[in-house]
Design a protein around this ligand. Structure first.
Ligand SMILES: Nc1nc2c(c(=O)[nH]1)N(C=O)[C@@H](CNc1ccc(C(=O)N[C@@H](CCC(=O)O)C(=O)O)cc1)CN2
Ligand SMILES: Nc1nc2c(ncn2[C@@H]2O[C@H](COP(=O)(O)OP(=O)(O)OP(=O)(O)O)[C@@H](O)[C@H]2O)c(=O)[nH]1
Ligand SMILES: [Mg+2]
Length: 431
């Protein structure tokens, strides 16, 4: 028998109100033990919460959800308590004393929702993203992936693959019979070819999902003393990095997260890149180069009119040449943009430029949300490719099955074999 679990579902205490959720076969009994006869389901009612000795703990709103119509699909009760640590601790003590009840583990309510078919893996992961979202775009992406058809897209693909496989296998089984025209198979492979392109197009947008979720990475690089750390501080509007006039001040990579127009943008301040015998600085330079390679955008800083020290910017990030210390120099066209952290000149322009670039990364549509999805999408894509390029019909059909299974693993919901049964039962081969 499943445990009945409980936990605080609302935020950090103290708070005005704390929502304590109980879910599982004993949820209703447990709640009744604390508050007496339960209200009609899905109707909030004010009740006194008492411990086993009959001592009053708090007055709370009680909300009952009967299985299967609840968030988890199990019997659920919510106690909307006063949000103090002592109240919650006292209710925990009272629940703990009841047999078959225990504190929920992280994610366990949502896990049960998955196990009871209330949401699939993509929706459950996106719900975690929604709860963790800090920027507007993270929220939008999470909402889109949790409630907006991401799962339906993968399931539709899996179904198309399974249908194609059913038709191919029918051809295999009835190859010697006249009522399976050869052109059926041509048609099927043309459709699989279309699907392949759709999957590839979707995969091509994986970067967008990563940027929204994990942030758009901007590396601030350049020679020592160019003003990199000063820029980081100016962007952060606080004294994050040490700034001195000594070349080689920064060694570690420091970062600051900013919300720019609803997007998470992560700025990385790095050690000035130069040849050096200093062991510590050399490690700093190595890390600077690493950061540069992983960036989505590189701000290459250089004091205006200084000798253009050249070093290779590797990686495929776009590079913006930024001239610094504009207060001491005049504007030069050799740079994409000139700034002064001393006067603040050019900083708004830089922020706008970055905002424009990050906005181009996501069209707002369905994109792969996580590395896990990308992994299975690539796997599916390879199977489809093998199916398209194969020669033996049975092997090609097997590759179609592999592709559908890979897609099924993303949502964790599709039972592909079951689907095959449904499809087979729907068409008859002239028998
Ligand atoms: N108080 C409270 N607020 C909350 C939640 C909650 O659990 N409790 N949620 C928790 O994340 C979110 C709302 N999500 C929910 C999702 C499903 C059901 C539910 O009862 N589903 C039933 C009935 C559906 C219906 O009537 O349309 C079901 O799926 O069968 C409830 C809340 C946000 N706000
Ligand atoms: N006048 C003027 N001085 C600046 C400006 N930005 C930075 N500086 C000065 O330039 C010196 C170096 O600045 P940092 O920000 O430490 O330079 P950095 O690129 O981080 O240097 P390293 O960490 O050594 O690679 C400091 O003395 C700053 O005050 C600016 O816009 N105008
Ligand atoms: Mg520095």
């Amino acid at each position: 028998m499943t445990d009945t679990i409980y936990a605080l579902s609302s935020g950090a205490l103290p708070a005005g109100v704390a929502v304590l959720r109980i879910s599982g076969p004993k949820a209703l009994d447990a709640a009744a033990a604390l508050v007496g006869p339960l209200p009609e389901q899905r109707k909030a009612v004010l009740r006194t919460v008492r411990d086993a000795q009959g001592q009053m703990i708090d007055q709370a709103l009680v909300l009952v959800f009967q299985a299967p119509a609840s968030f988890t699909g199990e019997d659920c009760v919510e106690l909307h308590l006063h949000g103090s640590r002592a109240v919650v601790a006292a209710v925990y003590r009272a629940l703990e004393a009841l047999p078959g009840l225990r504190l929920a583990e992280a994610g366990e309510f949502t896990r049960r929702a998955f196990e009871n078919g209330k949401r699939d893996l993509v929706e459950a992961e996106a719900l975690a993203d929604l709860v963790a979202s800090e920027t507007e775009m993270q929220r939008r992406l999470a909402v889109e992936q949790s409630f907006g058809g991401q799962s339906a897209l993968y399931m539709e693909w899996a179904q198309r693959l399974t249908k194609a496989r059913a038709l191919i296998e029918a051809e295999l089984d009835f190859a010697d019979e006249e009522d399976v025209p050869g052109s059926v198979s041509d048609q099927v492979w043309a459709e699989v070819g279309d699907l392949y392109l759709e999957v590839e197009q979707h995969l091509a947008e994986a970067k967008a999902g990563e940027i929204i979720r994990d942030g758009y990475k901007v590396a601030i690089v350049g020679p020592p003393n160019a003003g990199k750390s000063s820029l980081l501080n100016a962007l952060a509007k606080r004294d994050v990095a040490i700034v001195t006039d000594i070349a080689g001040t920064t060694r570690d990579v420091l970062h600051v997260d900013l919300d720019i127009d609803g997007y998470l943008v992560r700025f990385f301040d790095t050690a000035g890149i130069r040849e050096t015998d200093d062991v510590v600085e050399r490690e700093g330079v190595r890390r600077a180069k690493d950061t540069l390679e992983q960036a989505d955008l590189v701000l290459l800083l250089q004091e205006i009119d200084s000798d253009p020290q050249q070093f290779a910017v590797t990686g495929d990030a776009e590079v913006l040449k930024v001239g610094t210390k504009l207060d001491q120099h005049v504007h030069r066209t050799a740079y994409d943009l000139c700034i002064s952290t001393k006067t603040g000149d050019g900083l708004d322009k830089l922020r706008d430029l970055i905002a424009t670039k990050v906005k181009q990364t996501w069209s707002g549509g369905l994109v792969p949300g996580r590395q896990r999805h990308v992994h299975y999408l690539k796997e599916a894509s390879h199977f489809i490719q093998d199916a398209l390029n194969g020669t033996e019909l049975d092997v090609r059909a097997e590759n179609l099955r592999g592709a559908a299974t890979s897609l099924g693993r993303i949502t964790g919901r599709v039972d592909v074999e079951e689907l095959l049964g449904v499809i087979f039962s729907q068409f008859c081969i002239g028998k």
